[in-house]
Ligand binder design. Structure first.
Ligand code: SF4
Length: 473
């Protein structure tokens, strides 16, 4: 009987995409997906070190898995991802019964290492940087078991050249490496042929896409100034692939946002009217301490440019409250900028130090926890106010909705996403398959979702199967 596996994912979309690749490699190696850990022979934990207490959570989970492993011969535990990359031998020291520990640069070796561990015992393989090899560099070049079959993430770039003081990503994902333009377009064509109609281009700093390719070309003697394929070019090429109805991307960096990107968003019909535009703080002093490379005014200016070109643009953001040294005055600036920006929604975070980052060393400037919490609550009021206003503005409009399936809270209701990435609940006259497109009239706007009435079916789902990868936060 075939061995079975479960992949548990912690963290961001980049990690979720890596998990799909690990699942794909295991299936290529003859394993099948298990319903639960109880039925599985292999558990893969794809870890993240961005969330608070990520290490405590990992070691807690590994404690349970030690018992699980002892209950049946041949079971294997694999720890992959950022936390494994950052802590290197620590995982092995704390949990010697883990069979394979691998990092972010050798996802492609997951199945091979598991095979070696079966014959030779536990293995730790953490590489310091990406190997110059298609499979190692771009997880998208590996086979995948995608979480859904109507939309897909496509890696366009790995790593990050920035040095934001709060962020561990550059340390665990390395420098920026762009994936060749044609490889990306080829993957999107293949996805479209398989029934995928929505793609999300993934990178840590998508709008600097191609900078390294241009540098490499110049070093190779090519002085053509237009060598660098811009992110805008990529949006155009991916957006015109037949069958691709929606293109999204995450995340751009405000300092690298170019007019060409906004122009491409406005002119390529399949690029959705949604921009995730991380503000982080509204105070110039805090932005400088974070090394973000823009001021609040510059941020708002560019946002205004985007909205001039795309009047129906939805804008989301990330904001950190209580960054070391943040004064009341700084925080009030954040409230002012958030209010001026009129975000559709925001991921707001209380600052918490991540070991290995510059900000973690700023203990003498840490903001009192009670002060930070009080500020956080005040910011939420501003965010919820604009989110509700934006949602109420949608009432009466007929929106294109990509069906995701039954609502988690009430399975008799269908949920889906508008082009602006807003969650809509509605009740169609007969069940719609995930991946179908419907026209829905918005009848109610709440802070975190919309309610709608079904109008018509625009396009049925093109794919045949749905293969879930289990996920945990
Ligand atoms: S741009 Fe800043 S926050 Fe984003 S991944 Fe790079 S270092 Fe981290």
């Amino acid at each position: 009987m075939a061995k079975s596996y479960v992949v548990r994912t912690f963290g961001c979309q980049m990690n979720e995409h890596d998990s799909e690749r690990i699942a794909g490699l295991l299936e290529e190696d003859g394993l099948v997906q298990a319903e639960s850990e109880e039925d599985a022979d292999v558990v893969v934990l794809n870890t993240c070190c961005i969330r608070e207490n990520a290490d405590n959570k990992l070691y807690g989970t590994l404690g349970h898995l030690k018992t699980w492993k002892g209950e049946k011969d041949g079971r294997q535990i694999v720890v992959a991802g950022c936390l494994a990359q950052k802590d290197k031998d620590l995982v092995r020291d704390k949990a010697p019964y883990v069979d394979v520990v691998l990092g972010t640069h050798n996802v492609h070796r997951a199945a091979i290492l598991m095979g070696e561990a079966r014959t030779s015992g536990p293995i730790t393989e953490i590489l310091d940087e990406a190997v110059i090899d298609d499979h190692a560099m771009f997880p998208s070049a590996l086979p995948a078991q995608r979480e859904t079959s109507y939309n897909a993430w496509v890696t366009i770039q790995i790593g990050c050249d920035n040095k934001c003081a709060f962020c561990i990503v550059p340390a665990v994902r390395g420098v920026e490496i762009s994936r060749p333009f044609e490889d990306i377009v080829t993957e999107v064509r293949a996805l479209a042929a398989a029934g995928v109609s929505e793609v999300t281009l993934l990178g840590q700093n998508v709008n600097s896409y191609g900078r390294d390719l241009q540098l490499a070309a110049r070093q190779g003697g090519d002085t053509d100034a237009r060598v660098r394929p811009l992110f805008a070019d990529l949006l155009g090429a991916v957006g015109s692939v037949a069958g691709i109805r929606r293109v999204r991307f995450t995340s751009p960096h405000p300092k690298d946002m170019r007019p060409e990107t906004f122009a491409a968003m406005a002119s390529v019909p399949s690029v959705c009217e949604h921009l995730h535009y991380p503000l982080q703080s509204g105070s110039d002093a805090v932005l400088a301490a974070m090394h973000r490379g823009y001021t609040a005014d510059r941020y708002l200016e560019r946002l205004a440019q985007a909205r001039t070109l795309m009047p129906d643009l939805a804008v989301s953001t990330d904001i950190i409250v209580g960054f070391p040294g943040e004064t009341e005055e700084d925080f009030v600036r954040t409230l002012e900028v958030a209010s001026a920006a009129q975000f559709d929604y925001a991921y707001t975070f209380l600052f918490s130090p991540r070991p290995g980052t510059e900000a973690a060393e700023m203990q003498d400037r840490f903001v009192d926890a009670a002060v930070a919490s009080e500020r956080f609550a005040r910011l939420r009021v501003v965010i919820e106010r604009s989110a509700l206003a934006k949602h109420r503005e949608r009432v009466g409009r007929v929106e294109e909705v990509l069906v995701e399936g039954p609502s988690k809270k009430d399975p008799s209701v269908t949920s889906g996403r508008t082009r602006q990435n807003k969650l809509v609940h509605f009740t169609p006259p007969k069940p719609l398959r995930p991946g179908a497109y419907a026209e829905v009239e918005i009848v109610h706007g709440a802070p975190h979702h919309l309610m709608g009435e079904f109008r018509s079916l625009l396009q049925d789902a093109a794919h045949k199967v749905r293969i879930p990868v289990s996920s945990a936060q």
